[in-house]
Design a protein around this ligand. Structure first.
Ligand SMILES: C[S@@+](CC[C@H](N)C(=O)[O-])C[C@H]1O[C@@H](n2cnc3c(N)ncnc32)[C@H](O)[C@@H]1O
Length: 212
């Protein structure tokens, strides 16, 4: 694991319970998560939840699709422990988002909810390519991330007394990579989000489907 990833994961590990308290409710994203559920080929779809955090997104999905087969991955063991409690039906896996290709299995859907802030522009493009290789035909990819100029990426904080490196991403190169690696964009929206008193932002939320 590289130094920056190690640093990021330690911050999430230490703040896992606080993150759960703040972000367990995913209603700001429910419209798009519902579209993800509807776009899946079956109610028993296999879904990979990358960087699952406390299982907030997976819990919403299981509420909509109780028969979905969910594999939740993260590099924070604390987050995986919370996921086990919040989504008992999910299988949990300690895995780097940069290594999803190492899973010897294909999925009907992939959730990439707020992992891109911890991946560089090059890593985001690689992630989209890796997702295409582990999705079944017509598999669905859900992406949410913080919008901004790539050049503004850097350390932010202090939040809880620590600085964390955040990568902002631009919608144009995310969409370009999706097109390049065989996805059709189903929906792509920019949505304002209040991250805190001094940190109003905008999110990019994209739903994409792998073409046959
Ligand atoms: C902002 S939280 C997102 C959690 C959840 N998916 C959500 O949308 O609320 C980011 C998560 O990414 C995890 N993470 C950061 N870098 C990672 C990496 N390289 N591989 C796997 N997980 C990572 C952190 O441990 C944390 O749980």
């Amino acid at each position: 694991m590289d130094k920056r990833t190690k640093e990021t994961v330690k911050i999430f590990d230490d703040a896992a319970e606080r993150y759960q308290d703040k972000y367990m409710d995913v209603s700001s994203y429910s419209e798009h998560l519902s579209l993800f559920c509807e776009a899946l080929s079956s109610d028993e779809a296999s879904i990979l939840d990358v960087a699952c955090g406390p299982g907030n997104v997976a819990k919403y999905i299981v509420g909509r699709l109780p028969s979905a087969i969910i594999t939740s991955t993260d590099l924070s063991s604390k987050m995986l422990e919370l996921t086990k409690v919040n989504v008992p039906s999910a299988t949990t896996l300690l895995l780097d988002a940069k290594a999803i290709k190492s899973i010897d299995k294909k999925y009907d859907g992939i959730l990439a909810s707020f992992i891109f802030p911890y991946l560089s522009k090059v890593e985001v493009v690689d992630f989209i390519q890796d997702s295409a290789s582990i999705l079944n035909d017509e598999g669905v990819l859900y992406i949410s991330t913080m919008q901004g100029s790539d050049s503004d990426s850097g350390y932010v904080g202090p939040s809880d007394g620590v600085q964390m490196y955040i990568n902002y991403h631009e919608v144009n190169y995310v969409e370009q990579a999706l097109n390049e690696f065989g996805f059709e964009i189903v929906t792509s929206v920019i949505q304002p989000y209040d991250y805190g008193v001094d940190n109003n932002g905008t999110d990019i939320i994209i739903l994409a489907k792998l073409k046959n």
